[in-house]
Design a protein around this ligand. Structure first.
Ligand SMILES: Cc1ncc(COP(=O)(O)O)c(C=O)c1O
Ligand SMILES: N[C@@H](CCCC[NH3+])C(=O)O
Length: 419
């Protein structure tokens, strides 16, 4: 069930009219549905049933404290890639023992903090990182739990910028070298091998790349066991796509079942870790924006709205398509025009959508759908624009979970040169 629906021609998030939220909090404004976040998270949990598992929500998709808190209350784990994400998870009540720490560039200070709070596992992406982690742990008199992130050289069949499991990508340790690196890890005094990690990309719409990547991972686990190196968990990363336009990726149930079935075929007991970001957050949020001007031309019509690429970068960065729908359904028979929906930023790449047929007037509100993941999280202050407000809807209740930034906040910490 979708929680963003029209009721009497007015778009709602759960029981709250989006027009009311726009009036209350201004635009642009991100609106999230708690019920949708919960439903998506539970879909992963239920799909894995009684098989030992941990769903580590990828914080990078949407790191708003309220979003993290909603998931933490359901017992979520978290996949983090920075000290900042770690502090957010802790501030939101997340359990450090359910955190996995990914990323190719972990600094020693980040490792120290993660060891201090006791994260579940470091997903290590290179030999130098492994050595540094061992040193940091040694200084602290601790053992660092690790998985090696392997790169299986599998084509995720997604946008090249978000494909991560190919040889030419910066991520992970090439699968052919992984066994030797595990042997090296096993000799280190202050790391403890816990698992194997693999993440091949984002917005995957087919199952086959996931299954293709699983095979070499399983083969590696078997080979390691034969060499006396025992693996507790397989972290298969995130990457399950969502429906933005036409393509419909498998549901979490189908995805998890396929991977689980492969393990069950050989009675493999490994705990499964997933790191979904987009599949949980994307369709739990919309970006509300208002039409400032309609600029009609001989070649093109532009609807200039108050949201821009600094608020939602995906269209500019990946030519991503996201649905743009009216907050108030136009009366039947109203004629539509084709518009490019663009923001106020001084870049030709500043668009939210192209060639959209809409019936618009100045002042109308629009909702950009599927904006809950990689929306606010990728927002910037480009053109000195304040970052948008974020609101969480829960049934008929609304919470301002991040106020619109102010210019004072933007300039805080900056200074002019002394006399
Ligand atoms: C290591 C890692 N885990 C999890 C994710 C989350 O990906 P997604 O939002 O596609 O589920 C990403 C991003 O692609 C990632 O790099
Ligand atoms: N930011 C990307 C996804 C990046 C995935 C992170 N590894 C997007 O919006 O689609």
């Amino acid at each position: 069930m979708d929680h963003f629906t029209y009721q009497d021609g007015h778009l709602h998030a759960e029981d709250v009219a989006l027009a009311q939220l726009a009036q209350q909090f201004g635009t642009p404004c991100y609106v999230y549905s708690r019920a949708t976040l919960e439903r998506h998270f539970k879909a992963f949990q239920q799909a894995l049933g009684t098989h030992p598992h941990l769903i580590c929500y990828a914080v990078k998709a949407n790191s708003n404290l309220a979003v993290l808190n909603v998931l933490a209350r359901l017992g979520a784990g978290f996949d983090i890639v920075s000290r900042g994400e770690l502090e957010r998870v802790l501030a939101a009540g997340g359990d450090p023992a359910r955190i996995v720490f990914s990323g190719v560039g972990k600094q020693a200070s980040e490792m120290r903090r993660a060891l201090e709070v006791g994260v579940k596992c470091f997903n290590v992406e290179s030999i130098p990182e492994l050595e540094r982690l061992n040193q940091v742990a040694e200084h602290m008199g601790l053992q660092a739990p690790v998985s090696l992130r392997v790169n299986p050289n599998v084509d995720a069949k997604t946008h090249p910028y978000i494909s991560t499991g190919l040889k030419e990508n910066k991520f992970g340790i090439p699968i052919e070298e992984a066994f030797a690196v595990y042997q090296q890890a096993a000799r280190l005094s202050h790391v403890q091998i816990k698992g194997i990690d693999c993440h091949i990309g984002s917005q995957l719409t087919q199952l086959s790349p996931f299954l293709d990547a699983l095979e070499p991972v399983l083969a590696l686990a078997t080979r390691l066991a034969q060499a006396g190196i025992h693996i507790e968990h397989l972290d298969l990363g995130g990457g399950l796509g969502v429906t933005y336009d036409q393509e419909t990726p498998p549901a979490p149930q189908e995805y998890a079942q396929a991977l689980l079935a492969r393990l069950q075929k050989e009675d493999l007991p490994y705990t499964l870790i997933f790191e979904p970001g987009r599949a949980i957050a994307a369709n739990a949020g919309v970006l509300l924006t208002q039409v400032e001007y309609l600029k009609m031309g001989a070649d093109k019509n532009f609807a200039i709205v108050d949201a821009a690429m600094n608020d939602l970068l995906r269209p500019a960065l990946y030519q991503a398509w996201q649905a743009i729908i009216p907050v108030k359904m136009p009366a039947e028979g109203t004629s539509t025009q084709v518009y490019d929906i663009v923001g106020p930023i001084c870049e030709t790449g500043d668009f939210i959508g192209k060639q959209r047929a809409l019936a618009l007037q100045e002042g109308d509100l629009l909702a950009v759908r599927s904006a809950g993941a990689y929306g606010f999280a990728m927002a910037s202050n480009y053109n000195t624009r304040n970052r948008a407000a974020e609101v969480m809807v829960d049934g008929h209740k609304t919470y301002l979970v991040r106020a619109r930034e102010t210019y004072e906040q933007q300039m805080a910490g900056e200074s002019v040169l002394p006399e």
